[in-house]
Ligand binder design. Structure first.
Ligand SMILES: *[C@@H]1O[C@H](CO)[C@@H](O)[C@H](O)[C@H]1NC(C)=O
Length: 202
């Protein structure tokens, strides 16, 4: 996996953690493993590395700022929004193009890839979840507009939600024959049945 993309994905996952951990079931305490989950399953690159790189340069994620809360989150959100804008998943009016969402995330996969059905299903699941959270996203945007100063960027958290959800779901559904079997990896798959990927990374 391309190191930059790898880092970005990890960062996206880590920063989203700040939000998602609050909603995780209590049984999802820290899983203290030395194993990097990505060694258990190498998921394919789903997004264009050049696009991810250029959006990352425009909206660098400052891990410390994200940890502190203030100011950190909108950057993750803007980075993801930048990715969805640049790929055309968000059209010029900022609306989600579902056809494009499907094609962008699957175009790089070969026709016979075992990941194709995994990715398609992740898009479906995550799209439905995002629809349900629509009001929540709208409210977050309204809040950013209110609290952010003039000129501070306002980005829809829907974008990071989708990017994170799709990667997490794809990882969780890693085909059995592509998984590394080890005690730690087995513990990770088990953990992911009930807990979010983000809880794993802390
Ligand atoms: C994405 O595109 C919309 C619509 O053109 C624009 O308003 C928004 O600022 C863009 N977001 C980013 C992060 O570039």
């Amino acid at each position: 996996m391309n190191p930059i993309y790898f880092k970005v994905l990890q960062m996206v996952v880590c920063s989203t953690l700040v939000v998602s951990v609050a909603g995780a079931p209590n049984t999802c305490g820290k899983l203290d493993l030395k194993t990097d989950p990505f060694t258990c399953c190498t998921i394919p690159k789903l997004l264009d590395v050049a696009i991810v790189g250029s959006c990352f340069d425009k909206y660098p994620i400052d891990k410390e700022a994200a940890d502190k809360g203030a100011g950190g989150m909108p950057k993750t959100e803007c980075m993801s929004e930048c990715i969805l804008n640049s790929t055309g998943i968000y059209n010029r009016r900022g609306e989600l193009d579902e056809k494009k969402l499907n094609s962008v995330f699957t175009d790089s996969l070969p026709q016979n890839s075992p990941w194709l059905s995994v990715v398609r299903s992740a898009i479906k699941v995550c799209g439905a979840k995002a629809n349900k959270k629509d009001k929540e996203f709208e409210k977050a945007v309204a809040d950013q507009k209110k609290t952010g100063g003039k000129g501070s960027p306002v980005c829809n958290p829907e974008a990071s939600f989708l990017v994170d959800c799709i990667h997490t779901t794809v990882f969780s559904e890693c085909p059995a024959n592509l998984r590394t079997t080890s005690t730690d990896c087995d513990a990770i798959w088990k953990f992911l049945k009930n807990c979010p990927f983000s809880a794993l990374r802390q």
